[in-house]
Design a protein around this ligand. Structure first.
Ligand SMILES: [Cu+2]
Length: 275
């Protein structure tokens, strides 16, 4: 009997401890599971030198052309984050109204253009993925399905007519051999429904490793600091020269396909801030 009583007491005590520790865990999880925010910093530069000054910073390409930008803008969309378990969180995927950003060097503050993301699940993220431009899938949702971003893109000169669609990257400035004195405009984009038209799809995606884990929580808003090396434009995987044939190119011509292939390789995560 004594042993039975002792056992019962032990069992009750054990159960109480288990219940209380369980409920403690539950409380912690409820608190910690709250989503947080994330900031992406885009620093546009040439090679390892950040902060391009419009109409000023001049770069010489592989093919020996001096060039500088008066306009440097591009669209980022379909951002996703991959955590330490390989789980991918898609941020307003194929929803430009909530998930697309215009990165405009004219709006850089201290050389940085910011994209602020909200309501990100708490996790330790190891990789970031995003698209340059607007995906064909998002475009085919139609104008009504993305009226907010479409209007914004129109206002910021990042769109043609709806039939032609968005401008993915808008690069304008001057180039030349001894001095940058000849105007150029290269505007990349899909010119409508690429499948129906049988035209090239210039939307490109990239996956980048984070050198430090981005620890998103209610308490911590990490910043992912990306260096975009605009040297890739003319000196990327395909060395390009500007000429009278392509210096006023708009749409998805072969030259602009090469430009798109070069530009998607310009992104690198330099560092991550967890504070
Ligand atoms: Cu930084």
């Amino acid at each position: 009997m004594k042993i039975f009583k002792l056992l019962s007491l032990f069992l009750i005590a054990f159960t109480l401890i288990t219940i209380s520790s369980c409920s403690n865990n539950d409380d912690d999880e409820v608190q910690n599971a709250e989503p947080g925010n994330l900031q992406i910093k885009f620093e546009n530069g040439f090679d390892n030198l950040g902060d391009i000054i419009l109409n000023q910073t001049t770069q010489t390409s592989t093919n020996g052309q001096k060039h500088q930008f008066s306009t440097l803008k591009y669209i980022i969309s379909n951002i996703s984050l991959i955590d330490e378990n390989g789980t991918e969180f898609k941020y307003n995927y194929n929803n430009p109204d909530k998930g697309a950003f215009i990165i405009n060097q004219a709006e850089a503050q201290g050389g940085i253009v910011y994209a602020n993301l909200t309501d990100i699940p708490k996790a330790n993220y190891k990789k970031i993925k995003f698209g340059l431009g607007i995906s064909p899938t998002a475009y085919l949702i139609g104008q009504e399905g993305q009226g907010i971003f479409w209007d914004k893109a129109k206002q910021e000169g990042m769109a043609w007519s709806w039939a032609a669609g968005y401008i993915f990257a808008k690069l304008e400035g001057k180039y030349g051999t001894s001095t940058a004195d000849t105007e150029f405009m290269n505007h990349t984009g899909n010119m409508g429904d690429t499948t129906a038209n049988g035209t090239p799809d210039l939307y490109r995606e990239v996956v980048l490793d984070l050198p430090t884990t981005a620890r998103v929580s209610k308490e911590i808003t990490p910043s992912i600091h990306i260096l975009a090396d605009l040297n890739q434009y003319l000196s990327g995987q395909t060395a390009l020269s500007l000429s009278s044939e392509n210096n006023m190119a708009m749409g998805s011509s072969p030259h602009l396909v090469s430009v798109s292939n070069n530009l998607i390789n310009m992104f690198k995560v330099d560092h991550v801030h967890n504070d």
